[in-house]
Design a protein around this ligand. Structure first.
Ligand code: PHE
Length: 476
C-alpha cells in the first residue's frame, strides 16, 4: 500500500500547485499577526535570530521529512503513519502522531478562526473609511487611542466576534468540502502573489515614516539579554521556546497539515526544491511584516510588546495616513483573510481526509462535522478577550493565562515541536534508508542528503530537547 501512486483524495495538478498550496498553508496569520507580536514581546533582534536559526536548522529538515512521509503514505496522517510504521516494521503506536496532529489542528483552528475573524471585521471598517479620521487628529496619542479603542470595541464584543468566527468557519468548511483541486488549489493560485505585492507597497510606506531605521534596528539588533532576561535579571528560556514554536507554527509543521499536502504530491516532484521554495517564501513574508509593523510602532510611540492586538492597532494608523489608504487597507485585510483561509483549510484537511478514508462519510459531511467541532471550541477563544478575560484556568499552578493563551501555548510551544521531534526520529532513525532516498529521489551519498540526514537525526532532536529543558529553567 505504501507505494501506491495516488491518494483516494486526488492530487495537485502540478508541482507548482503543490508549492502554492503549501505556501498557502504556511503563509497566514502566523507571519503577519503572530510573528510581529512575538518578536515585539520578546525584545526583537535576538528573537528573530533564534527564529531564523530554528527555521534553517530544524524547520527545513523537518518539512522535507514531513512531506516525504505524506508522499510515501498517500493518505491522511493517521493512515499514512499506520502504513509507514508497518512498512518500517515498527509499532502501530506511531499512528498516535497522526491523532495528536488532528487534535492540534482542531485546537489551532479554533483560535485561528477567531483571529481571522478580526481580519474579516476590519474589511468593512477600512472600506467605510473609518480610519481616515486618523488624518484629522493632531497628536499621536489621539491617533493611537482612536485606533486601539476601535480594536477594543471589536474584541470586547462576543457577539460580533462570534459572527465573524462563524463566517470564517463556514467558508473554510466549504473550501475543504470542495476537495483537492476544486477547493484548495483554486483558492491559492492568485492570492499569494497579490499578498506579496501589497506587502511590498506597505514596506514602501514604512520606509517613508521617520522611524523606519528604528524598526529595522529593533528587528535585527541582537540583544540576547532582552531575550533571556525579559524582566530584569530573572532568567527565562520562554523566549527561545516561543521562537522555536513559532518556527513550527509558521511552517505548518508537526501536526500533519504538510504531511497530508505531501500525500497529494504528484509522484515525481522534487521534495527538496519545493519545500525550500515554501520555506523561503514563508520567511520573507514574516520579515516583511516586521519591517512594516515596527517602524509604525516607533513612529507613533507605541509599545512593541502590545500583544496579540499589535497588527490591528498599528496598520490602521498607516492606512489612515497614507495616500489611497482606504483602498490599500481594504485590500490588505481581504488578502490577510484569504491567506488565513488557505492556512485554515490545511488545519482541517488531516481530520477530514481520515474521516473520508474510513469509508463512512462523504467529504462534505466530514468537513461539516469537523467544522462544527472546531467552531464550538472557538468559544473559548472568543470569551478569552471579553467576558472571560480574567478566567485563568491554571491559576492554581500560578500560570497566568487565558484559555486563548493556553491553547496557543499548548499547540505552538509543545504539540508542534513534539510532533516535529517524533517525525525526525521516525524518518531519521526508523525508516529504511532505501525508501527515504527513493521518495526524496536522492542518492544516499549526495552531500545534500547527508546534510539533511544529519540535521534530522541529531540537530532536530537535540535542538528541540535543549529548548524544552531551557524553557523549564534547567539551565538557569
Ligand atoms: N502556518 C500557518 C500560519 O502561519 C498556521 C498553521 C499552523 C497552518 C499549523 C497549518 C498548521 O498562519
Amino acid at each position: 500500500m505504501g507505494t501506491q501512486n495516488t491518494s483516494i483524495h486526488g492530487e495537485w495538478s502540478s508541482r507548482l500547485a503543490f508549492i502554492l498550496a503549501a505556501t498557502g498553508s504556511a503563509v497566514g496569520l502566523g507571519n503577519i499577526w503572530k510573528f510581529p507580536w512575538l518578536a515585539g514581546e520578546n525584545g526583537g533582534g535576538a528573537f528573530v535570530i533564534v527564529y531564523l536559526l530554528c527555521i534553517a536548522l530544524i524547520g527545513l529538515p523537518v518539512i522535507m521529512a514531513e512531506v516525504m512521509l505524506g508522499k510515501r503514505g498517500r493518505s491522511s496522517p493517521i493512515n499514512s503513519m499506520k502504513i509507514l510504521a508497518k512498512e518500517a516494521g515498527r509499532t502501530q503506536w506511531w499512528q498516535a502522531l497522526g491523532w495528536t496532529g488532528v487534535i492540534a489542528g482542531f485546537l489551532i483552528l479554533s483560535f485561528y478562526s477567531v483571529i481571522a475573524g478580526w481580519a474579516l471585521a476590519y474589511i468593512p471598517r477600512l472600506a467605510s473609511g473609518m480610519f481616515a479620521a486618523v488624518g484629522d487628529l493632531s497628536t499621536t496619542k489621539e491617533v493611537t487611542d482612536f485606533v486601539s479603542t476601535r480594536f477594543n470595541e471589536l474584541t470586547g464584543n462576543p457577539e460580533r466576534l462570534l459572527a465573524w468566527h462563524t463566517l470564517f468557519m463556514i467558508v473554510t468548511v466549504t473550501m475543504v468540502a470542495g476537495g483537492v483541486q476544486g477547493g484548495l488549489e483554486r483558492a491559492v493560485r492568485w492570492m499569494m502573489p497579490a499578498l506579496f505585492i501589497v506587502l511590498l507597497v506597505l514596506v514602501g510606506y514604512a520606509m517613508s515614516t521617520p522611524k523606519f531605521m528604528d524598526g529595522v534596528h529593533f528587528m535585527f539588533n541582537i540583544d540576547f539579554h532582552k531575550l533571556f532576561y525579559p524582566n530584569g535579571d530573572e532568567f527565562s528560556g520562554a523566549g527561545v521556546l516561543a521562537a522555536m514554536g513559532q518556527a513550527f507554527f509558521s511552517l505548518s509543521l508537526g501536526m500533519g497539515a504538510i504531511m497530508v499536502y505531501g500525500a497529494y504530491l504528484p509522484k515525481h516532484a522534487s521534495i527538496a526544491q519545493t519545500t525550500t521554495a515554501v520555506v523561503i517564501a514563508d520567511t520573507l513574508v514574516a520579515i516583511l511584516a516586521g519591517l512594516i509593523i515596527f517602524p509604525i510602532v516607533f513612529t507613533n510611540g507605541l509599545e512593541p510588546g502590545a500583544g496579540p492586538g499589535l497588527v490591528f492597532e498599528t496598520l490602521p494608523i498607516a492606512f489612515g495616513q497614507m495616500p489611497y489608504g482606504t483602498f490599500m487597507g481594504t485590500l490588505f485585510f481581504v488578502l490577510l483573510a484569504l491567506a488565513a483561509w488557505s492556512s485554515a483549510i490545511s488545519l482541517l484537511e488531516p481530520a477530514v481526509a481520515w474521516l473520508v478514508e474510513t469509508g463512512k462519510f462523504t467529504r462534505p459531511i466530514a468537513a461539516i462535522g469537523c467544522g462544527v467541532a472546531v467552531w464550538l471550541v472557538g468559544f473559548l477563544t472568543i470569551f478569552s478577550f471579553n467576558i472571560w478575560s480574567d478566567v485563568k484556568p491554571l491559576s492554581m499552578f500560578s500560570v497566568d493565562k487565558t484559555f486563548f493563551d493556553l491553547i496557543d501555548y499548548l499547540t505552538s510551544n509543545i504539540m508542534l515541536p513534539l510532533g516535529g521531534l517524533f517525525i525526525a526520529i521516525f524518518v531519521g532513525w526508523l525508516m529504511k534508508k532505501q525508501i527515504v532516498t527513493e521518495e526524496l529521489e536522492s542518492s544516499p551519498d549526495s552531500l545534500g542528503y547527508r546534510v539533511w540526514h544529519f540535521l534530522l537525526c541529531y540537530v532536530t532532536p537535540l535542538g528541540v530537547g535543549l529548548v524544552f529543558l531551557n524553557a523549564i529553567g534547567v539551565f538557569s
